[in-house]
Every structure is written in structure tokens, then in C-alpha cells.
Design a protein around this ligand. Structure first.
Ligand SMILES: NC(=O)c1ccc[n+]([C@@H]2O[C@H](COP(=O)([O-])OP(=O)(O)OC[C@H]3O[C@@H](n4cnc5c(N)ncnc54)[C@H](O)[C@@H]3O)[C@@H](O)[C@H]2O)c1
Ligand SMILES: O=P(O)(O)OC[C@H](O)CO
Length: 334
């Protein structure tokens, strides 16, 4: 049986560990809290993040990073994007230097505007042939329940992508390979910001026209940023682009959409963040994505408006009407 390591025991780390176990692997999970490790090992449940779901016996948890990576043939990383740099600094001494390092995260680092694969490369020295990304329409709860879904495994090296594809192909989870790491990562990170805007429209009581307009124009601006950074435009009509955008913007399970909905209902960022232990990546990444767009001279009006709402400079209602009342232009991708 192949052994794999998953760093992060939140919703997605636990759900993806389930995918890997159901694909026939022995899965060792690193969790920040020893009490959670003990509960996973004893009860086969992560009651904090996926209550009521029994985890496969092939999943074990440990707080010791060296024990988690011992014998692992791939390492999957799924902590909040803004903590990855500190976490990798802590783990640098134990991460194996020959196996793939796979980002399951969907964010862009504040301050550096780096994608997660870039942070991994910087902190570990791993080359592009060893760094991969898994992204797609993958709401953790549905995946952990074994509902059918598909995703993309992206790596510059086709052999690595194919090996990882095999590792996570389970009866309910269908991974496709792709060599567009930039496009897959940006699709995943940017859709969280668009989901915040859609959530705001929902929270304000606006209907399907508003939602569809934000989703569609959101896809246009994601593709605009992605192609400016060298991504393949086709990626954005695939699972890591349109697929993830539609799932996240449609689902009440999405933390980002729910966060936006609460903003639309009048709650503040501090009130919403204080009431949950779960990460809504778009709340931080809206600023880094807007900055990235600015550096590359790319227009991303929705991301920029969301950034202003999150900073408390604009209300959700003013945001939506400001977006609609901008000067008229032609509909185009470029
Ligand atoms: N939940 C999903 O449906 C889903 C699906 C695909 C991708 N993702 C992505 O996966 C990543 C992780 O999200 P999640 O859903 O597991 O989040 P989560 O909020 O459910 O869990 C986050 C985990 O990180 C831990 N954590 C918090 N701060 C930390 C720190 N400073 N250092 C180390 N660990 C820390 C928490 O204890 C928890 O175990 C995000 O980038 C998210 O966008 C999530
Ligand atoms: O709950 P969210 O908003 O972080 O979205 C979860 C996944 O990224 C959906 O693919």
C-alpha cells in the first residue's frame, strides 16, 4: 500500500485524506492540535470540521511532522494560505527532498502576491517537476461524503501529474491532468473573491440575474489576470476555472459565499470572522489578487470592489451598483 502525507486537518485536509484513502493509500495526516490527532485516531471522526462523518481506517493522524512524512511517496499541503510560509519554515527540515509536494490551497500570499506553488518553491527549493496543484469544484463536505466530483491535477511535469492522478483517482473522485499550474491556481484563488461578491448579492436579496452577471464577469476578469500571467485561457473554462467558480458561487456550503452573504446582510468582517473557526480565503486574497492585477496592469473591477468592502471603505450595496454603473464597454475576454 502506498503511503501519502497530508499536512492540515481542517475540512479540506480531512476530506482529501478520505479521497486518498478511498483510492487505496495509507494516509498520514498532520494536525496542529494533539487533541484532534487523538480524536481522529480513536474515533475515526474529525468532529471539529466534518462532524458526523466516519473516516476510513487507513487514515491516521499525528502532530509530529517527521512521523507524518516517514515513508510518504507524496506530500499534500492544505493549511490556510496565509500561514503556509510559517508552516513550511517549521517543516523544512523534515520534508522529503524527492517526492511531489502538492498544494491543495486556494489563495495568494499577502505582501508577496505569490501563489502557493511559488511559496512552496521558495521555501523548499523544489523544482517545478516536483510541485503540483489539485483544484476544482470540490466542496469538502460533499467530497468527504463520497459524492461524485472531478478535479484537476496540475504540474509542469506530465509524469508527476500522472502519478498523482493515479494516487487520488477513487470511485467517486475523478482527477484530470493539466500542465497549467498558474491557471489552475489562479482559478481556485480568484473564484473565492467572486464568491464573496455573489454572496453579497444574495445577502442583499438580489436575484439570479445579479448572481449570473457577477459569476460571468468574474470569470472574464479571472481569465484576464490568468492569461496576463502566462496561463492557458482554456483552463478557465475547465474544472479549475468555470467548474469551481460555479460550485462555490452556487453552494451554501461555500465559506466564501456564506461570508459574502453575511456582509450583504449587514454584518462586519470582524463579526463574521469572529463567529467561525473556518478560513474563507477570499477575505485575505482579495487584496493580494487586486495587487497582483495592478502589478500586471490588468483590470479586475470585482476583485477591487470586494477589497474595498472588506476594508470597510464601501458597503456591499454600493459595491454592486458601482460595478454596474461603470462606463459601458464591449463584452470581450481581452
Ligand atoms: N473546504 C473546502 O471545501 C476546500 C476545498 C478545496 C480547497 N480548499 C482550500 O484548502 C485550504 C485549507 O482550507 P480548509 O477548508 O481545510 O480550512 P479549514 O478552515 O477547514 O481548516 C484549516 C486548518 O488549518 C489549521 N490552521 C489554522 N491556522 C493554522 C496555522 N497558522 N498553521 C497551521 N495550521 C493552521 C486549522 O487548525 C485547520 O486544521 C484553503 O486554501 C482552502 O481554500 C478548501
Ligand atoms: O468553502 P469555500 O468557499 O472555501 O470553497 C470550497 C472549495 O474551494 C470549493 O471548490
Amino acid at each position: 500500500m502506498t503511503k501519502v502525507a497530508v499536512f492540515g486537518a481542517g475540512s479540506w485536509g480531512t476530506a482529501f485524506a478520505t479521497v486518498l484513502a478511498n483510492a487505496g493509500n495509507q494516509v498520514s495526516v498532520w494536525a496542529r492540535r494533539e487533541s484532534l490527532c487523538a480524536a481522529i485516531n480513536a474515533d475515526h471522526e474529525n468532529a471539529d470540521y466534518l462532524p458526523g462523518l466516519r473516516l476510513p481506517e487507513a487514515i491516521t493522524a499525528s502532530h509530529d511532522p517527521a512521523a507524518v512524512v516517514d515513508g510518504a511517496e507524496a506530500v499534500f499541503l492544505t493549511v490556510p494560505s496565509q500561514s503556509l510560509r510559517d508552516n513550511l519554515t517549521d517543516w523544512a527540515g523534515v520534508l522529503p527532498n524527492a517526492v511531489p509536494l502538492v498544494s491543495l490551497m486556494k489563495g495568494v500570499e499577502l505582501g508577496t502576491t505569490k501563489r502557493m506553488s511559488e511559496v512552496i518553491a521558495e521555501l523548499t527549493g523544489a523544482g517545478p517537476e516536483r510541485i503540483a496543484v489539485v483544484s476544482g469544484p470540490n466542496l469538502a463536505r460533499e467530497i468527504a461524503e463520497g459524492q461524485p466530483a472531478a478535479a484537476v491535477v496540475a504540474c509542469a511535469d506530465e509524469g508527476t501529474a500522472a502519478r498523482l492522478q493515479k494516487l487520488c483517482h477513487s470511485p467517486a473522485f475523478r482527477p484530470y491532468t493539466n500542465n497549467d499550474v498558474v491557471g489552475c491556481e489562479l482559478g481556485g484563488a480568484c473564484k473565492n473573491v467572486i464568491a464573496l461578491a455573489v454572496g453579497m448579492a444574495v445577502g442583499l436579496g438580489f436575484g439570479d440575474n445579479a448572481r449570473a452577471s457577477v459569476i460571468t464577469r468574474g470569470l472574464a476578469e479571472i481569465a484576464r489576470l490568468g492569461t496576463a500571467l502566462g496561463a492557458d485561457e482554456h483552463t478557465f473554462s475547465g474544472l479549475a476555472g468555470l467548474g469551481d467558480l460555479v460550485a462555490t458561487c452556487s453552494s451554501p456550503l461555500s465559506r466564501n459565499r456564506t461570508f459574502g452573504e453575511k456582509l450583504g446582510q449587514g454584518m462586519t468582517v470582524a463579526e463574521i470572522a469572529g463567529a467561525t473557526r473556518q478560513v474563507a480565503e477570499g477575505v485575505k486574497s482579495c487584496a493580494s489578487i487586486s495587487e497582483l492585477a495592478h502589478h500586471h496592469d490588468v483590470e479586475m473591477p470585482i476583485a477591487e470592489h470586494v477589497t474595498r468592502v472588506v476594508a470597510g471603505e464601501m458597503t456591499p450595496k454600493d459595491m454592486l451598483f458601482s460595478l454596474v454603473s461603470r462606463s459601458a464597454k464591449s463584452e470581450r475576454w481581452g
